[in-house]
Design a protein around this ligand. Structure first.
Ligand code: PHE
Length: 461
C-alpha cells in the first residue's frame, strides 16, 4: 500500500496543511465570544492551559498513530493492532469525519455566498433599506437565504466541487499546494483586518472586552467550555491529523509540528477577536453575539455602519473578512474529505479518483438534507433538533470526545514504547525529553478531562 501513497513534499507544507485543518469557523465565530464573555485574558489563559494539557498530547497521539501505521485513519489500527477491536475506532472516526463534512459543508457554502454578496455590494444596499424600528434587513437577508430551498445548495455544491478538485490532485499537488496558498493568504488577511480594526473608534472598548483579566469569571463551567473549544478548534478525534501524518516524511519532527499548529490555531483565534470586537463596539447599541448570528447577521451590519465614512473600506473589509472565512473553511473541508477518501480507496480498492467522487456526491446529498432542514424540512426533528443541529450536536459533542479519548488510550496503553519512541524522536533524529510526561497525559489526564467535558456537554454534571 505504501508505495502508491502520496506524501508531503516539505516541512512547511506539513505544518500549513495541518494548521489549515485546525483553523476554521471555530476560531472565528466561537473563540472570540467565549473569551469576551468568560473573563477575557483569564479565559485565554485557561484556554492555553487546555491546549497544552489536552490539545498537544492528543495531536501528538494522532501524529504517532498516523505516521507509524502509514495508513489512513480507518486502517491504521488494523496495522498497529491487527485482529483486535481497535479497528472499530478508526472506522468510527471516519464516520465522524463523514457526518461532520456533510453539515460543515452547508456553512462552507454560506461563507462563499456571503463572499459573493460582499463583492457585489449587497451589504451596502441592505444598509440603505434600514428603517428605525423596522425589521433588521441583515437578519431578514440571512433567514431568507438559509431557508431558501435552492440558493444554499448551489453554494454548497460549488464549495464541494472546489474541495473535490483539490483532493483529486493528490497530497503534494493538491492538499499541500493549496495549503501553501490559502494559509499565507489567510495570515495576511488576518493581520490586515486586525490593523484596520484597531483604527476603529471602538478599538479600546473592544480590546478591553476581549482581554480584561477577570479571574472571578472562571468557574468549572468556563473551564469545561475552554476544554470543549480547544478540542473542536484543533479538530481532534476525527483523524484529520492522523491521516495527514501518514503522509509525513520520516524526518518530520512530530512534537514541533504539534506545537506549531497549536500556536497558529490560537493566534488566529485571538486575532479574530481583535478583528471583531473593535468593530462591534464602534456601533452604538450592538451586542457581541455568537456563532452564525455574529458572522452572518451582526458583522455585515457592523462593518457597514463602522466604516460608513469610507465607501472603499465599507466594501473591502467585508470582502476580506468573508475571504478569510472561505480560506479557513476550505482547508478544513479538504482535511475531512481526505480522511474519508483515503479510507475508501485504500480499504475497498477503488481508485482515488472514484473514491473522491463517491465522497463528494454522498456528502453533497447529505449536505442538501442538512441545508433543507433549515427550510422545507424544518418540521422533521430528531431529539427535538432539526437535522443540521442534530448532526452538529451528535458529532461534536458525542462522537468526537469518544474517539479522541480512545485515541489517547490507544497510544497510552496499547502501543508499545518502542514505536512511540521511534515516532516521537523521528528515528533518533530529533531530541524528545518529555516521554514520561506525554505518557502520563495520554494515559490519565486526557481521558479524564474528556470524560468531564463529555458529561458536562450532556448536562450530566
Ligand atoms: N477545527 C475546525 C474549526 O476550528 C473545525 C473542524 C472540525 C474542522 C472538524 C475540521 C474538522 O472550525
Amino acid at each position: 500500500m505504501s508505495s502508491t501513497r502520496g506524501s508531503f513534499g516539505s516541512k512547511l507544507g506539513i505544518i500549513l496543511a495541518a494548521a489549515g485543518s485546525a483553523v476554521g469557523l471555530g476560531n472565528i465565530w466561537r473563540f472570540p465570544t467565549q473569551a469576551g464573555e468568560n473573563g477575557g485574558s483569564a479565559f485565554i489563559l485557561v484556554y492555553l492551559l487546555c491546549v497544552i494539557c489536552l490539545g498537544l498530547p492528543l495531536m501528538l497521539a494522532e501524529c504517532v498513530i498516523g505516521r507509524h501505521s502509514r495508513a489512513n485513519t480507518g486502517s491504521a489500527f488494523m496495522v498497529l493492532a491487527p485482529n483486535t477491536n481497535w479497528k472499530w475506532l478508526g472506522r468510527f472516526s471516519v464516520l465522524a469525519a463523514f457526518l461532520i463534512l456533510s453539515y460543515y459543508n452547508v456553512v462552507a457554502g454560506w461563507t462563499l455566498a456571503y463572499l459573493y454578496e460582499a463583492v457585489t455590494g449587497t451589504f451596502i444596499e441592505l444598509a440603505g433599506t434600514m428603517t428605525p424600528g423596522g425589521a433588521n434587513p441583515f437578519s431578514v437577508n440571512f433567514m431568507e437565504f438559509v431557508s431558501d430551498p435552492l440558493k444554499p445548495i448551489l453554494f454548497l455544491v460549488i464549495f464541494m466541487l472546489i474541495t473535490h478538485v483539490i483532493i483529486m490532485r493528490g497530497v503534494e499537488k493538491g492538499i499541500e499546494k493549496s495549503a501553501k496558498i490559502f494559509m499565507p493568504a489567510l495570515f495576511i488577511i488576518v493581520v490586515v483586518l486586525a490593523i484596520s480594526a484597531l483604527t476603529m473608534p471602538g478599538a479600546k472598548q473592544g480590546l478591553y472586552f476581549l482581554f480584561h483579566p477577570d479571574f472571578s469569571a472562571i468557574n468549572s463551567k468556563v473551564i469545561l467550555s475552554a476544554l470543549g473549544q480547544c478540542f473542536f478548534s484543533l479538530s481532534l478525534g476525527m483523524g484529520c491529523l492522523c491521516t495527514y501524518a501518514s503522509y509525513f516524511r520520516k524526518d518530520a519532527n512530530l512534537p514541533k509540528t504539534a506545537i506549531t499548529v497549536g500556536c497558529m490555531d490560537t493566534f488566529v483565534a485571538i486575532m479574530a477577536g481583535i478583528i471583531i470586537f473593535p468593530a462591534v463596539f464602534s456601533v452604538p447599541g450592538m451586542e457581541p453575539g455568537q456563532g452564525p448570528s455574529l458572522v452572518f447577521i451582526a458583522l455585515p451590519n457592523i462593518f457597514n455602519s463602522a466604516l460608513s465614512d469610507s465607501p472603499i473600506l465599507a466594501w473591502l473589509v467585508p470582502v476580506l473578512f468573508y475571504l478569510l472565512l472561505v480560506f479557513a473553511t476550505i482547508t478544513s473541508t479538504i482535511s475531512l474529505h481526505e480522511v474519508i477518501t483515503a479510507f475508501i480507496s485504500e480499504t475497498f480498492g477503488p481508485s482515488r479518483h472514484k473514491a473522491a467522487v463517491m465522497v463528494s456526491v454522498s456528502t453533497i446529498l447529505l449536505g442538501c438534507v442538512c441545508s433543507l432542514s433549515m427550510g422545507p424540512l424544518g418540521d422533521f426533528k430528531i431529539a427535538d433538533m432539526v437535522i443540521f443541529d442534530f448532526f452538529d450536536f451528535f458529532t461534536a459533542k458525542i462522537m468526537l470526545p469518544i474517539a479522541a479519548a480512545f485515541f489517547a488510550l490507544f497510544v497510552g496503553w496499547k502501543l508499545k514504547i518502542r514505536p512511540l519512541w521511534v515516532e516521537l524522536t523521528s528515528h533518533g533524529l530529533v531530541k524528545f525529553k518529555g516521554l514520561r510526561l506525554f505518557l502520563f497525559a495520554v494515559r490519565f489526564v486526557v481521558p479524564v478531562l474528556i470524560l468531564l467535558v463529555f458529561l458536562s456537554e450532556l448536562n450530566i454534571i
